[in-house]
Write a protein that binds this ligand. Structure first.
Ligand code: URA
Length: 188
């Protein structure tokens, strides 16, 4: 018999994250960044890790990349409060360096439980770290972006990280096209 364990309420996962000491990133944080949005969202957006502004405000994507993300969500016909936004890591890596494999491993159960509880139809992965984490793949975002994938019962739609377009303007068109495609997928 396949008995599913019950979903953990987001409030309980949040409380556990707030107290987390599973990796050394806890020492440098102002606060954890759990995630924000509609707990019953059809779309879960997954980024990489909090940056400086997110660490200070306790909310994902509130800096420059976040402002751009809000514009991109609008391209897909989505409002920020309609989706749920979370990161692979809940604490800011120092100097915004890349997440380390052991940090991802330590933090992984939180995003897994968030995903189970929210139970979205679509997971939109922003950039390489989120995409590799959700799809368990080594294929990079340059090949995967804008293609509909699957992870278990979830539809997964990888997109470049919005911060990448802030440094490399040539990614803007791809990002905007991919969010347009996401809007069309949501209508179908
Ligand atoms: N980049 C991310 O991946 N996540 C944030 O929350 C902010 C910037």
């Amino acid at each position: 018999m396949n008995v599913q364990r019950p979903h953990i309420p987001l409030k309980a996962i949040r409380a556990e994250v707030a107290e987390c000491h599973r990796c050394p990133l806890c020492e440098g944080r102002t606060q954890t960044v759990f995630g924000v949005g509609n707990p019953e969202a059809r779309v879960l957006i997954v980024g990489e890790a909090p940056g400086k502004n997110e660490d200070l405000q306790g909310e994902p994507f509130v800096g420059a990349a976040g402002k751009y993300l809000n514009e991109l969500l609008a391209v897909a016909g989505l409002a920020r409060d309609e989706v749920f936004i979370a990161n692979v890591l809940k604490c800011r890596p120092p100097s915004n360096r890349d997440p380390r494999p052991e940090e991802i491993q330590a933090c992984a159960p939180y995003l897994r439980e968030q995903t189970r509880t929210i139970d979205p139809e679509f997971i939109v992965t922003l950039g390489n770290f989120a995409t590799k984490f959700i799809l368990k793949t080594d294929v990079g975002i340059t090949r995967l972006h804008g293609t509909l994938q699957r992870a278990g019962r979830f539809k997964v739609f990888p997109i470049f990280h919005p911060a990448a377009a802030l440094y490399d303007g040539s990614k803007r068109e791809a990002l905007e096209n991919d969010f347009t495609t996401l809007g069309e997928l949501l209508k179908s």
